[in-house]
Design a protein around this ligand. Sequence first.
Ligand SMILES: [Zn+2]
Length: 366
Amino acid sequence: MTFISYNKKLGKILTTNPYFDADFEKPLGDMFFSFLELDFSSYNESYKILNEYFVESIRNDPDSIVETRKRLWKLNPKTTQQIKERFSQVYDITDTAEDLEFIDFLVLNQDINPDIYQHPYLLASEYFQRTPELDISIIGDYDLDELQSIFKELLEFCVNENEIYKDLSLLERYYLYLRKAGKAYITAPGMRYSPYFEYGFFTGTHLKSDSVTQQDIEYIKKYPFVGRFYVNCQTVKDFVFFEFYTIISQDIEIKKCHRCGKYFIQKGNYHTDYCDRVPEGKRHTCKKLAAIEARAEKLKSNPILKEFEKAYKRNYARRKNDIMSPAEFSEWSNKATAERDRIALEYAEGSSEQLLQQFKDFLGNK
Ligand SMILES: [Zn+2]
């Protein structure tokens, strides 16, 4: 089991596992929102084949099982190679006795979009950190595509500006969704609350009246999880549910970025329609890009700059055709730029036709 908790003071979700490396500390919402963005299409193809396999194995239909296995192999050549090496000569396409590798096509896959395996939910879930006994009752816990689409729909319902339920809190909207959509399984009954203690936490076996030292006080002050109840999570769904429920239980605002369309949490009193993500191929965050774009848009509609651009194009053509020398062009450009900046500033304070005409005259524009 992996322990997960929310530290309200830090505004962070913390995870840890005593048996494998699953220590994450992320701002509330980060892991949940990024999970909703993952591309599970290639994963889902293998998942669906695996699901068919279960039906076939219940029917005890060896021919179909071999067919299914062939499809899985063809779809996942690297993973197949890896499993073949592990099982060496035992791994035979007609040998239906060996089931265990089937779940490896989801858990240890080398052919599926690798991004999904780098997500903290998968890195922290035991279901993806070791190969479990193959059991039909747990196969649904691997249906990540379905899990994602349910929570996408649910979040959209909770966040959208609906006239009828706009006055409800996020938590109330969640229950309203359950009431209407009937998806009662959007809970995680396997999760258990318990305190979590690091190795070395316990120093005594029973309390003596004078045994508390200054070091104990320091330790307790420093210890990040003490007094906090953790939740035990095993499946990816447990993590998704925990973070989702934590988000909607807090008195916070969730927004959809007007630039990239991804969700984010509105922090503090500073209202913005843009998130802090850096879009792929860009160097700035959506917030910064939106500001840059807004400025560019403003410049485009500014008549002072339009006039400058007209004159610049005209003189640039003259320069190209050697009607103007490089020195003349450079001198004109310097003077005109300085005048543009001076007048643009004045124009921004109070636009006037007279000022615009003055600039046009200066440039020799019609
Ligand atoms: Zn954005």
